[in-house]
Design a protein around this ligand. Structure first.
Ligand SMILES: NC(=O)c1ccc[n+]([C@@H]2O[C@H](COP(=O)([O-])OP(=O)(O)OC[C@H]3O[C@@H](n4cnc5c(N)ncnc54)[C@H](O)[C@@H]3O)[C@@H](O)[C@H]2O)c1
Length: 431
């Protein structure tokens, strides 16, 4: 261990400990190959939109010795604006992105990921590109923070599983944007459910119901491809539909509680309020059947003027657990409260980066990709059930040939693209 590294670790441990951010044990620390030769962790971001910028702030503020050195997005304007915005934040002194390290275009991700200075990449584009970006990062030997969902179709799922296996072989850390898994109110409630506080789980309710979602109007100069990339939420190959893009948060919490993905899904859905060219449903209801016999009734909705409700209610033979974003509580079979915790006091968005940086420095890589890929595919399974009107099994979806992202490497901003339109149950082709 070099003198510099030792000094650096002492400083980091003191700061992280004082901030309550770090679980790292000094005794366990050892240098690891992927950041060898540098005490600093240098970050590149691919997809510098709302969450990309937010994740950069979270990452840079999570730990000492972290610097942003490269930004990639579809246009130079977006990258420059992101650099300016980030430079004006509280972590501005850690933003050190030279002009030559701003990359634009659909292949910009390769330039960021393979940049020799970059140790860790933040992947925050629209979700359809995620499996290819993750695969490139692991191939290049880079640690990863990836937003959820990590895939929008079965082909992407299998790609993620391959990347996860390679990351394990190479000792690379992958942390996913599953912030509920860092929230003390979730963690403590799930621990109690797992130790049997509500008895055997028999079922549950999970809702991700909100009002509307953004819609970005087409600009006159845009090609069809540029428009879809810009207004990506409304195109299934890019977002996966609401159930995958957003409600995956609940689905991930339910899978975490159940100990893995469901074995079958049956559901329905449709769209009453989406703009004319949107391909995605505005409501989906799915019953998920888990291997332990429990059935979770799930719904997601984005309808302006309707009631927002995001909840996970888990019913057991000896009680009920309410595991919700605003706090969790558990009641026994007589309705007496046995546990209550409101949120828990930490910022889970920062915590996920603190855990990632600690894992890199301590040589104990985190491997979160498989679980998040399982949850993303569980959401895809629900989407397929709703779109087709058929029961979809886990066996079917893991082997399905559905691949919404046609040859990712061949896409250009001028590639012609036609929308398949709104899926019709009974006619939707499963493959
Ligand atoms: N965990 C959370 O709470 C949370 C919150 C918000 C968003 N997210 C996730 O973050 C992701 C991004 O969402 P957002 O709200 O920042 O969207 P956004 O539209 O604001 O940003 C996406 C950015 O990616 C860029 N981009 C798209 N395709 C690209 C490509 N192939 N190469 C390079 N850049 C590309 C776009 O130009 C845009 O700047 C989504 O997966 C979303 O689910 C997570």
């Amino acid at each position: 261990m070099s003198h510099t590294r030792r000094e650096f670790i002492q400083t980091t441990a003191a700061v992280a400990g004082a901030a309550g951010l770090s679980s790292m044990a000094l005794g366990k620390m050892k240098p690891i190959a992927p950041v060898a030769g540098s005490d600093e962790i240098r970050v590149g971001v691919v997809g510098a939109g709302g969450r990309g910028k937010g994740a950069c702030v979270d990452c840079l503020s999570s730990s000492e010795g972290v610097r942003l050195v490269a930004i990639g997005d579809l246009t130079f304007d977006i990258t420059r604006n992101a650099r300016d915005t980030l430079s004006g934040t509280a972590v501005g002194t850690q933003v050190d992105v030279k002009d030559e390290n701003l990359f634009a275009g659909l292949q910009a991700y390769k330039r960021v990921i393979n940049h020799p200075e970059v140790d860790l990449v933040i992947l925050t584009t629209s979700p359809g590109f995620r499996p290819a970006h993750i695969a490139e990062a692991i191939r290049a030997g880079k640690h990863v923070f990836t937003e959820k969902p990590v895939c929008v179709d079965p082909a992407g799922y299998r790609s993620c599983m391959e990347s996860a296996a390679k990351a394990r072989e190479k000792g690379l850390s992958i942390v996913t944007g599953t912030m509920y898994r860092r929230q003390p109110s979730y963690i403590q409630a799930v621990e109690r459910i797992h130790r049997g506080d509500i008895g055997r789980i028999t079922g549950g309710l999970a809702y991700y119901c909100s009002t509307g979602i953004w819609y970005r109007n087409r600009q006159p100069e845009m090609t069809d491809m540029q428009y879809q990339l810009y207004n990506w939420y409304h195109f299934t190959w890019l977002s996966g539909d609401q159930i995958v893009e957003q409600a995956v948060h609940n689905i991930d919490a339910i899978n975490w509680i159940m100990g893995g993905p469901p074995k079958a899904a049956f559901g329905s859905g449709g769209a009453m309020t989406r703009p004319a060219d949107s391909e995605i449903y505005d409501h989906i209801d799915v019953d998920y059947h888990y291997p332990n016999g429990a059935i979770v009734s799930f719904k997601c909705r984005q309808i302006p003027g309707s009631t927002s409700r995001v909840i996970n209610t888990i019913v057991g033979t000896e009680g009920t657990a309410y595991v919700n974003p605003g706090g969790s509580h558990i009641a026994d079979a007589s309705g007496n409260e046995t546990f209550r915790l409101k949120h828990g006091g930490i910022n889970p968005y920062v915590q996920e980066h603190a855990e990632l940086i600690d894992s890199i420095r301590s040589g104990a890589p985190r491997a979160e990709l498989e679980a998040t890929a399982d949850s993303s595919l569980t959401a895809v399974m629900g989407r397929m059930a709703a779109y087709s009107g058929r029961e979809i099994t886990w066996d079917f979806v893991t082997n399905s040939q559905e691949d919404l992202m046609a040859d990712e490497g061949a896409i250009t901003l001028d590639t012609p693209i036609k929308s398949p339109g709104m899926p019709q149950p009974g006619q939707y082709k499963l493959s």
